[in-house]
Design a protein around this ligand. Structure first.
Ligand code: Q46
Ligand code: ZN
Length: 294
């Protein structure tokens, strides 16, 4: 029996799987995420969320390709790649691999060390850039990401604590396509909690990366997740109320204000400034790598 306290419900294996499928199908339809016939690509990490989502979408009848970003984080990255490849080949799904080191000349640990940036900040901006670039270059209509209820609630808490109004305006289940090469980005796991994606993956026999990323220390989102979990312990459902209350009633106070996007002077991708943050990170990191080996 799998209990989902916020729904005040317990499920057997098959009903739990059906419940998760229903939650995702409802999210896709409520937010008009995509239509049958659109080309979908999913950012895959080898972790429980992205592999569970790949399985769920496939079970719901969607054809979804995957893209794996090799970020150069030692065994964590190589294990994630191995598990993603195994998942794809067992189901005859297509997986494209983008290697940050081969294609851009640096890794996330190098970027963090050489620019004194928090690893997750360098990593987050690189992932956003590379996933969008891959989706745009390969002609996909939609970029699907595996952010779950806990991820979105923790990001919301961080944005509220600092009143990041620009980020609150962009915290939506669907980020629309924008001129210049921004592909529509959607989050179908919005109604599924982290422990539920893990339970789903186990029940479906999906092997996923269990080890935590070794660079996660200091990740503020993980701290917010812990705080929210403590609140949830005492008030089941509070996390979902916080997130869905914002989306239903709060988000209207933070209307999206699409930024004027220019073409990055280095890569040509859309950016609000002259040079995009990925190109700036890459330039400094690659220069410092070259200096150290000179
Ligand atoms: S991979 Fe990257 Fe995460 Fe590792 S460096 Fe941080 S953001 S923790 S999901
Ligand atoms: Zn650029």
């Amino acid at each position: 029996m799998i209990s989902v306290r916020r729904h005040n419900a317990g499920f057997c294996r098959s009903h739990f799987i059906e419940h998760i499928h229903r939650q995702v199908a409802r999210t896709i339809s409520d937010h008009h995420m995509f239509d049958a016939g659109e080309r979908l690509v999913l950012g895959v990490s080898g972790g429980k969320d992205s592999l569970a989502l790949w399985e769920i979408l496939t079970q719901l009848g969607y054809r979804v390709d995957g893209v794996y970003l090799h970020l150069g984080i030692g065994e964590y990255s190589s294990d994630g790649l191995r598990l993603s490849r195994r998942f794809a080949s067992e189901r005859d799904l297509s997986l494209r691999v983008i290697d940050l080191g081969t294609e851009h000349g640096f890794s996330i640990p190098e970027a963090a060390r050489l620019t004194s940036r928090v690893a997750c900040s360098a990593c987050g901006l690189s992932k956003r850039y590379l996933l969008n670039e891959a989706a745009a270059e390969m002609g996909y209509d939609v970029l699907v990401v595996g952010h779950n209820l806990d991820d979105e609630a923790a990001v919301l808490l961080g944005n509220v604590l600092r009143w990041e109004v620009d980020y609150l305006a962009r915290q939506r289940p669907v980020l629309p396509t924008a001129d210049g090469g921004l592909v529509r980005k959607v989050k179908p796991l919005l109604r599924v909690a982290e422990r539920e994606t893990a339970a789903y993956a186990v029940l479906r026999g999906i092997q996923y990366e269990i080890e935590e990323c070794p660079m996660a220390a200091g990740n503020t989102i993980n701290r917010y997740k812990e705080w929210l979990n403590r609140l949830e312990e005492q008030s089941p459902g509070l996390k979902a109320q916080f997130l869905f209350g914002f989306l239903d009633r709060g988000a209207a106070y933070f209307p999206p204000d699409p930024p004027e996007l220019l073409a990055c002077g280095e890569c040509g991708r859309p950016t609000p400034g002259e040079t995009c943050s990925f190109c700036r990170l890459k330039k400094v990191t690659v220069l410092r790598i070259a200096r150290r080996s000179a």
